[in-house]
Ligand binder design. Structure first.
Ligand code: SF4
Length: 383
């Protein structure tokens, strides 16, 4: 099993301060958010650490944090960027827990990965626990189909789940390479167990591999046999885990219809973690990096309704004042766990490092890391 730190990881909504959306598990003096010196303090601590620290900022982070990131990117790009910086002993990961785990797996043993707030988990990753996935595998094995099912897990899963997949000959995927990962998996076996995001799995299987919706079934870990008959499990080409992103899962077909009516000629661009009826109603579908590149290449004067996390959409709108960039949904849709990494937590983490203390280190035990890396390496070797 994965170890993290002396402090327990706070799962979404547990032990957090609902008023501020901040996790309260902070061993030390957290500066108040009202401190007018926060920006200067973060800059001074970062300058004092120099090349000792490498700050990674996920695209969905707040602006107040992103301004101190040495690099920005999606989860996989950031883990690779960290691995490419072996001279930095401290990696401060402004993202969520599973991302920091991946960075720990891919970086050297002498590098320490720090998550400024342990309450920064991911609701999607939390929807597939190790015990639940083991139980699912037992169901498939008892049915006699375990040896023909290849597990594939999205990057947005815990190190335990990546290790589970690695041990059973499966592969990790990102939203950019999910198609290639599924094609590869079908070369290794006859069925796929896709974890933990049912939407990415379904959208890829149906829209990119040409399977039908009936080829996919949804395994609910809270119901006996996943809520499926033996026949359904045997006949499915893709067994989708019943998990989803609480941010991207909010977009609806009604949002797409509404924006098309309100903004003539609008281009609807959404992330593949959105529901199937949303991606089929959109004009373009792609990963966070794809969304950024598409906006970069868009014609001045063009209109874009974007279905992804709000911090990123706001930054894209600010970066493209010559284009009409808007959020797809009418209601606010931040990733609340990403937002838990704020400037006070970043200042606290950096100043702790200046004092020689390593706060909130995320470590993955060697056995788990080895199996998880096998699944990550298979992904890197995909054609
Ligand atoms: S945006 Fe969704 S998948 Fe990404 S960290 Fe937040 S809850 Fe998890």
């Amino acid at each position: 099993m994965t170890t993290t730190t002396d402090l327990p990881l706070l799962f979404l909504g547990q032990g957090a301060d609902p008023g501020s959306e901040r996790g309260v598990q902070c061993p030390g003096e957290l500066p108040p958010a009202s401190d007018p010196e926060l920006v200067a303090r973060a800059a001074a601590a970062k300058a004092a650490l120099g090349d000792q620290v490498f700050v990674l900022g996920h695209h969905y982070q707040r602006d107040e944090v992103i301004q101190f990131a040495d690099v920005t990117g999606d989860s996989f790009k950031l883990a690779r960027d960290a691995a490419a910086r072996p001279q930095a002993p401290y990696i401060v990961f402004c993202g969520v827990h599973f991302m920091a785990e991946s960075a720990d797996i891919l970086t050297g043993d002498d590098q320490k990965v720090i998550l400024p707030d342990l309450a920064a988990g991911c609701s999607m990753a939390d929807m597939a626990t190790f015990d639940q996935v083991e139980e699912c595998w037992d169901v498939l094995t008892d049915l006699g189909i375990g040896d023909r099912v290849v597990p594939v897990t999205y990057m947005n899963s815990s190190a335990d789940i990546k290790a589970f997949v690695g041990r059973r000959g499966g592969v990790v995927c990102t939203s950019s390479n999910a198609k290639r990962a599924l094609e590869w998996a079908f070369e290794q076996g006859e069925q796929i167990l896709f974890l933990p995001d049912q939407h990415l799995g379904r959208n890829t299987a149906v829209l990119e591999l040409g399977l039908s919706l009936d080829d996919c079934v949804v395994y609910n870990p809270h119901r006996p046999n996943g809520g499926l008959t033996d026949e359904q499990l045997r006949d499915a080409k893709v067994i989708l885990w019943k998990g989803h992103c609480s941010v991207h899962g909010r977009f609806s077909k009604e949002s797409v219809d509404e924006v098309r009516e309100r903004v003539p000629g609008v281009n609807v661009l959404v992330h593949p973690e959105c529901r199937h009826e949303v991606v089929t109603a959109a004009d373009l579908i792609g990963s966070t990096e794809y969304i950024i590149k598409t906006l970069d290449a868009a014609e001045p004067g063009s209109s874009w309704a974007i279905g992804t996390e709000l911090n990123l959409v706001k930054r894209l709108a600010a970066a493209h004042p010559d284009k009409n960039v808007m959020f797809l949904d009418k209601t606010v849709c931040f990733c609340s766990t990403m937002n838990r990494i704020d400037l006070p937590h970043l200042v606290w983490a950096l100043e702790s490092l200046v004092r020689g203390e390593v706060p909130n280190q995320i470590t993955v035990d060697p056995e788990t890391a080895g199996h998880a890396k096998a699944a990550l390496d298979r992904m890197l070797a995909l054609p």
